[in-house]
Design a protein around this ligand. Sequence first.
Ligand SMILES: Cc1ncc(COP(=O)(O)O)c(C=O)c1O
Length: 354
Amino acid sequence: MKITPKGHSNIQDVDFNNLQFGATFSDHMLICKYKDGKWGEAEIKPYQPIPMMPGTQVLHYGQSVFEGMKAFKTKEGKVLLFREEDNFNRLNKSAKRICIPEIPKDIFMDGLHEILKLDSDWVKQGDNYSLYIRPFIFASGQCIKATISDEYTFMIICSPTTTYYAGDMHVKIEQKYTRAVKGGTGAVKAAGNYAASFYPTKLAREKGFSQIIWTDSENHEYLEEAGTMNIWVRIDDTLITPKLSGTILGGITRDSILQLAKDMGITVEERAISISELREAHQSGRLKEVFGTGTAVSVIFIGSITQGDYKMQLSKQEDSYAQKLKKTIIGIQHGNLEDKYGWVAEVESVFSRQ
Ligand SMILES: Cc1ncc(COP(=O)(O)O)c(C=O)c1O
């Protein structure tokens, strides 16, 4: 791998107390190109523009996939990655669905660890801080025919982050627009999924909601996801999350929460949750908590859910599952709690394994 370190870091210019999510970038980026049927040598260089001709395919047909993962800093100053293999595998699952050639594991892992070694100062200590990592692959060939590209670019960029949403979320159940359909691309991280979600989300924001709860495309009756998070509902003391049905993204946080909740002795169900069930549980006082999970937010409490004119207000529970699960996952990610699951990997030690 060719590495050109940046001479002078930009970190002194960054106000880490006022970070807008995803708007600040660390010093370095990784770039690797696919041409003539194979991936070339990866290169790490200072974060900079990437030259592109107007006929570049990704600009026309959105042939692009991405990942979102995080690195954390322990009290001792070690940099930990959370479930990196899962993000690697999901990136390739997404790539396959969009006809993008899969990225070899050594390019992904070596690149990831090397960039984190260079930019380790950008991972700040403290439970509220992390470095959000964005690996992505896009069609970089030139042709404006609607067809599969024969050239691709894989990149990794990093962005320091702090708390994603301050406060609880107030969400609206969406029953007109659809995020994902059976046989579509909802179960992978294809760029186009997100473009299609912006308009209905904008309409919801204009009405004062922080996010949308997506429902199934056929009947708009079953809950799918909350914006770009997986959704969880606690009815009495049972925790329920929609089953992965092909239209829901299999969140890595979702998978971790499933495991943690089971190990805490919480009864967990992966199954369909209908709006009627949600309303009935709310009316009878059995709907105790609703929360979202995802890499960006970790675990976030949902304060109210609105369907049409009906608003389901949710109050904080003394024995909140969301709170307990959030504390546990953040503790593991920052190295403050024992990692029984082999989820965290230290940047230096994993790199020296190669
Ligand atoms: C649509 C969607 N659902 C759920 C998630 C949560 O997934 P993860 O926990 O892997 O971040 C994400 C974020 O990646 C997402 O984009």
